[in-house]
Write a protein that binds this ligand. Structure first.
Ligand SMILES: Nc1nc2c(ncn2[C@@H]2O[C@H](COP(=O)(O)OP(=O)(O)O)[C@@H](O)[C@H]2O)c(=O)[nH]1
Ligand SMILES: [Mg+2]
Length: 325
């Protein structure tokens, strides 16, 4: 269950998670934002209506998900034509990139994802672990596992190019030169992405196959893309479900002393979060006063299981914090 909530706040990190809507001008980003959130993003049938970033809030499963309609991420954004750098910095701080494509212009996907790649955004992939410990002397001391197919000389050469002259370097996973460079540079952003194909109200049923083939040409699984009509508000439920799933959010229902379990406003965390993360999000003095917690639900072995700070929570757990007075 997701619904829109009005806008009217500055663009900064708000809510439990942020989604950047990325697409060329006129594909329907503003229309989509308005349909999902009731934010008042200016809609126009001409290009570049949206010059600034427009925020809207989507309430979903008790979580507040901020959607950002960013202006067209056009070719050449890297050299800041069309305010591209501002767009990119917004995208880099998001938790999910949502590509918005018109059903008639699927090939724009490639230009958008290339643009993001050029700007150090890595989509739907994890960084390869490369351990580097800088030294004062001794050159490059490289340890690689059998899985690594790049030869030592190539790796050492890349490291030198990036100013690693004296360092102990350990690599256990196979990787490409690009992945190696990504691993030793710390300005890469690793984000999940999803694809919305808009304006499906305008396509003939026969054309759907062409759209699907076009998606496959760009390595997008048509099964994973969400077909929508922002204008006619079709497919939006399935889109919000995809957004929810891809963000990897979990709901923790707090059991508050004397007030019972709050199922209306869960504490929203991300998959893999621990009791410690819950304490941090709760804020206040919980962190210092924490004694132990009790968990009932999917992550608990039994009701009211006593757990410590490092217990990993799961969606829909009920959590009670036992704190010192
Ligand atoms: N038929 C149809 N038109 C749409 C749809 N979504 C947006 N539009 C139209 O496409 C034009 C551009 O939409 P807009 O939201 O301003 O695109 P933006 O530049 O990506 O923000 C407007 O005339 C919208 O009414 C849709 O799903 N179907
Ligand atoms: Mg717009």
């Amino acid at each position: 269950m997701c619904s829109g909530d009005g806008a009217g706040y500055a663009v900064e990190k708000h809510g439990d998670a942020t989604v950047a809507l990325v697409g060329f001008p006129s594909v329907g980003k503003s229309t989509l934002l308005n349909a999902l959130t009731n934010a008042d993003s200016e809609v126009g049938s001409y290009e570049f209506t949206t010059l600034d970033v427009n925020p809207g809030m989507l309430e979903c499963n008790g979580a507040n998900i901020q959607l950002l309609d960013v202006p067209g991420l056009i070719e050449g954004a890297a050299d800041d034509r069309g305010g591209g750098q501002a767009v990119l910095s917004v995208v880099r701080t998001a938790d999910l990139v949502l590509f918005v494509l018109s059903a008639f212009e699927i090939d724009q996907y490639e230009r958008l994802s290339d643009e993001l790649y050029e700007n150090k955004v890595r989509l739907d992939t994890e960084p390869v672990q490369v351990n580097v410990r800088k030294r004062h002397k001794g050159g490059i001391n490289l340890t690689t596992s059998d899985r690594v197919s790049l030869d030592d000389e190539t790796i050492t050469e890349v490291l030198r190019q990036y100013d690693f002259v004296n360092a102990d370097v350990t690599i256990r996973e196979d990787l490409t030169i690009d992945q190696l460079v990504d691993a030793i540079q710390d300005n890469r952003e690793y984000l999940p992405s999803a694809v919305a194909v808009n304006k499906v109200d305008l396509i003939e049923p026969e054309y759907l196959e062409t759209v699907e083939a076009n998606l496959r040409d760009h390595d997008v699984d048509p099964e994973e893309a969400v077909f929508i009509s922002a204008e006619e508000e079709r497919g939006l439920e399935s889109l919000t479900e995809t957004i929810w799933d891809d963000l990897g959010l979990i709901r923790i229902y707090m059991d508050k002393p004397g007030r019972g379990v709050d199922r209306e406003e869960p504490l929203v965390l991300t998959e893999g979060a621990t009791v410690d993360d819950a304490l941090e999000k709760l804020g206040g003095s919980f962190d210092q006063r924490f004694r132990f917690a009790r968990v009932t639900g999917p992550s608990a072995k039994h009701d009211e299981q006593q757990v410590g700070r490092d217990h990993e929570l799961v969606d829909e757990d009920v959590l009670r914090i036992i704190a010192r007075k």
